[in-house]
Design a protein around this ligand. Sequence first.
Ligand code: ZN
Length: 540
Amino acid sequence: MVKKFTVRSNLCQEPSPPLPAAPLPWGEGGPPDGGPGEASVASGTEFLIGLRWFARVLLAAAFILVLRADRKQFAAEGPLFRPVELNVGDSQDVELSNGKKVKVKVLHLEEIRDELCSAVRRAHVRVEVNGESMTLTSATYQLPVTIAGVQVDCPITKGYLRDSELNHWGLAKDVRLRLWPAGSPWIPLGAFVYPVRQRWFASATQMANEPVFVDGGDIPGSRKIYYHYGLDIGGSEGNVEVVSATDGLVVSAGLQVLPGHKDTPVDPRYDVVYALDDQGWYYRYSHLKTIDAALRPGQTVKMGQKIGVLGKEGGSGGWSHLHFDIYSRQPSGKWGIQEGYAFLWASYHHQYAPKLLAVARPHHLIWSGRKVLLDASLSHGKGLRYQWAFTDGTTASGAQVQRLYKRPGSYSEILKITDADGNVSYDFAVVQVIDKETPQQLPPTIHANYSPTFEIKPGDPVTFKVRSFRTTDGNETWDFGDGSPLVTVKSDGNVKPLAPEGYAVTVHRFKKAGHFVVRVERSNKQGPKAVAHLHVLVGN
Ligand SMILES: [Zn+2]
């Protein structure tokens, strides 16, 4: 307990999400010194100073009221985008949030399914906006793109519904599009924060309709597919603070529920918090190890306020992550998922202003002997150089690289991006390869994480946790990438997903500053291996 508390207090020293930059009501030069002064024998000068101070307090109060009114305004006007649902061949006139009108048409829809379980891996939508046409890729870590004075994205297409248990998206037609004015933020910046106090892509994620895979759930065969419509952010169990993304009303905290939310997405569970914002969107924070004691249904929660601690409770599949999702009314009138990857991206950029972010996701699932296209083109940065280092020791360069996988295993391919100023960022492309001859012999999968993820100094203790799935053979071996000896640990192989000691834990101290690519792997007795990488930045 004490140890965990120590790590938590480190987390508190992480850079807090800055609130929107606002001019100080008293202008430059800081707040006035002292209070209103001695009231008893106020000289003329003292009286004037008192008056000025009083005026400043009034100004400050007025400013806070304006700021609040501003927030309310956001809520009153609703989101900055306009959603539309269209069948292929249909067109519609849409009034954007700035009053401008555009004509949008869906020309074509193509959904690409994999060979192993026929899950949609890519959906391409040909759209026409004000007579200009382009092809969008639906969800799967894509961000809105600009065409004809409009930003547009495609959160969902109908093919995903064919093999899902439920229509989580509330989609009623072939395609849903969201449209923003060109140059508009995607969410009101300053009214939404990244919901975990953790570095971007510090661990595995399952997002934007990617089939779930970390716990070994992406397997061959015909069945219902769990396309991850929510936002799973992997992290270190018990060590990562989860915060409220927005201001809101707590509707449920664990099994305590506020009455009056029947026929809404609220479905209470011991490890889940639901909050409702001013525009009627429900936010779900799931798999929490603990829920903050201060949260009570009926109370308000502030943006950035602690909700709880990241865990693997409930239906997590045994891997530690925050499941965060957003539900709102959709054009169909039904409740449905509001795709949130772009919101996470925008809020993280607003809070932390990273110069570069490498993106090598979503993961891939292929038969052995097949090729896969590794794609880094969703990375963020200017004038980027892309370098790849593969699990077999070979390397390549370029934003897109095609690669053949002969042997089964869970691969993690290193992507490094560099800009002209020498800034770097890393991500890791997960490729799960299954042997076509023995598809029932599934290679292991693996989840690794570390904490803290910000502000690590040479000599600081860093906690590394790992858990393997689909095997109880062998051990996990860590290579911290700093020349230190390998460290062997053994996780439980996810035999009991909710086992409190399921992850194997080790603490490492980096002696020097730098970027470290940490590797951990485990094999089963047939030989196939699961590999994971983590990028650890140690500063001076
Ligand atoms: Zn989830």
